[in-house]
Design a protein around this ligand. Sequence first.
Ligand code: KMH
Ligand code: ZN
Length: 271
Amino acid sequence: MEKLIITTALTGAETTKEQNPNLPITPQEIAQSAYEAYKAGSSLIHLHVRDKDGKPTQSVEVFKEAMDLIKEKCDVIVQVSTGGAVGMTAEERVQPVTLSPEMATLSTGTVNFGDGVFENPPDYIELFAKRMKEYGVKPEIEVFEQGMINNALRLVKKGLVDMPLHFDFVMGVPGGITAEPRDLIYLVETIPAGCTWTVAGVGRYELTLASMAIIMGGHVRVGFEDNIFYKKGELAKSNAQLVERVVRLAKEFGREIATPDEARAILGLKK
Ligand code: KMH
Ligand code: ZN
C-alpha cells in the first residue's frame, strides 16, 4: 500500500471557540496548529481562515498571512478551501486560488449543510476548476454524496480537471451521505481506477472511517473542522492529538506515514 497521507483540517468555517477553546483562529494560532500537526505526522493542511472577529473569510490577505507563517515553520502541503462558508458567492470563495497554493478544494455539487445549503451549481464548479487550471493548482474533489463523483468525471470529459483525480469523501454532514462502512465502500467502488482518495468523517465517524481508510489503502483527514472531540464527552486538546491517534493506528496496521514530499509524489504535485 502507498504510505498514508494525513490531512489536517485545522479550523473550518463553522466550528467556534465556544465549542472547543483549543480551535486555532488567528493566522498565528493556525500556523502553530499546522506545525504541531505536521510534527505529529500530517503532510497536508486543509486551510480555512477567519477575520478579526473570528468569522470565516476568503480574504487573500489573511490566507497569505497564514500560508506564509505555515511555510516559515514547515514544508507541509497547503490546500486552501474554496468552500468557504455557506452563503458566500463563487467569486468570494475562489479568491485564495490566486495565491497559487499547491492544492485547493473543489466541491462538485450542491448539498444541504445542516440548516443551510452549500451551493455548488455547474457554473460555480466550472469557474473554480478553470481558475485552478489557470493558477496551476491541483484540485481535491470534495464529495458530500455519490452524485458529486459523476459531476467531477464530467469535468474531466470537458478538459477542466485532469486525471488521476484526488477525492475527499466528506461523510456524515447532515444533508449529505451518511458515514457507515457500506457508504465508504460504495464511494470507493465508484471512483475510477488510479484515482486517490481521503476520507473525512464528521464527529464520531472520524475515527471509524479513518480506521477503514488505513486498511483499504485510502488516506485520512482529521481536525477540528470535522470533529472537536477526542472521545465521547472529551474535547480534543489540539489538532495534533487527533493526528497522533491516526499515526498510532496506522503503525499497528503496518501502514507507514507519508512525509510532505512523499505525499506530493503520491498526489502528483510539483513542488
Ligand atoms: N464550510 C463548508 C460549507 C471546503 O472547504 O472546500 C464547506 C467546506 C468545504 O468546508
Ligand atoms: Zn473545509
